[in-house]
Design a protein around this ligand. Sequence first.
Ligand SMILES: [Zn+2]
Length: 473
Amino acid sequence: MRRGFLITTLSLLLVLGALFPESVWAFDTPPAEDDRPAVHVVAAGETLFSIARRYGVDATTLAQLNALPNPRQIYAGETLLLPLPEGYPRADWQSHTLALAESFGLLAQRSGFDWLTLARANRVLTPERVTLGQSILLPPQETPLTLHVASAGETRLTLALRQDLPYWQLAHYNPAPLYAGATWVAPGTATSSSLPYPITSLVLGPQPVTRGEATVLTLETAELADCSITYLDQTEPCYRQDSTHLFAFVSLSPMLDSGEYTVGLTVTYNGSEIALALPLIVAPGRFGYERIDVSGALSQLTDPSLMETERNALDAVADLRTQQRFWEAPLDFPVQAAISSYFGSRRSYGGSYNSYHSGVDFRAGTGTPVHAPAAGRVVLAQKLAVRGNAIMVDHGWGLITGYWHLSQIDVAVGDWVTRGQVIGRVGSTGLSTGSHLHWEMWVDAKPINPLQWVEPFFPFPPAISAEVIPAPE
Ligand SMILES: [Zn+2]
């Protein structure tokens, strides 16, 4: 009887072996649950079943988790959520409603989880799109966490030994390896004095930041201090909100490679100086491709040297770091109209896709009023070859906006404008194939996506108080 069973099993294996290719049987051992990544990006040739097998999970669970209408249809590049490990502490997590100036990254830092884990627990695929008022599940805050700064030579292992914590727990709170100046958290009740004096709190967020957008450094100090940040070989000033709050912007080109970068922070106070390095995660984002066909008299405006000369002239005007802030976040839209082209689209004027769209286009009829999205001072108001009738406004703290192809300019250089004031009229002057408003924005002299700044959850505080990590009790 027993022998008969063995023979049946063996012949079944032989039949299965003949039916399925060898690779089916020769897969690697799936990773342990705790080592399983949060998400899997589908590669060419993969199926839901091969992915499920790779991680040692059930294909049906995977299909349900990702709400796949047809498990046979997954595509390369698609991001799939992987199941939470057994015993994942989600049942006791509490709902938190996202408040003004809170970001997913900030909540993750407070909760002691990396954003990816928090995103997975909340089934959030794009944390940067989490909106004001949205509910997020967070672990209960029974364990107070303290923010520390790593010294040279310190590793997670040496810190775990010093803090008398299991290594896995420290690695759980600090998923990336440490380096001198990096911030790290550990359970504990020490005061924020673990941050180097005079810093009492420090946030660089939201993160990850999408290419072509800006993220904000928020710094609170115990006494009057100044600061500057250095990233991608450039140094930018911090802007002062009041005697203890400073802000700086990291604004990223849409052409930058996604990945991990470092932001250096230098704080000077009372004749002393401290320096920290903060991690910056840059997400790729999505950009379209646009082929623009121009003909006749317009085609001479696509001459690269003419375009570059005008571009450089405008960048020089936008190269301002006005120390006062005149704007309030979020900004208004300059016109109420449909968007016809987004920021960062790769563009070709008959040749290769070697440039990108440096603003947002709104389709609107000639004569439609253009409103200032925030208060500021006019720094350019003139007719240009490529951009037609153009206006630029300085809103302070390095924020400049531009308005191209206008049919009419209603302001002059030096004018102060208020939020909502009509500054000009939509048109189709310059290199334009139809009536529209091109809206451009610079932060610290770099063009970035204006739409980030009209979103209700733009991570900037209202006029008075600054949002900071609360000092642990
Ligand atoms: Zn445009």
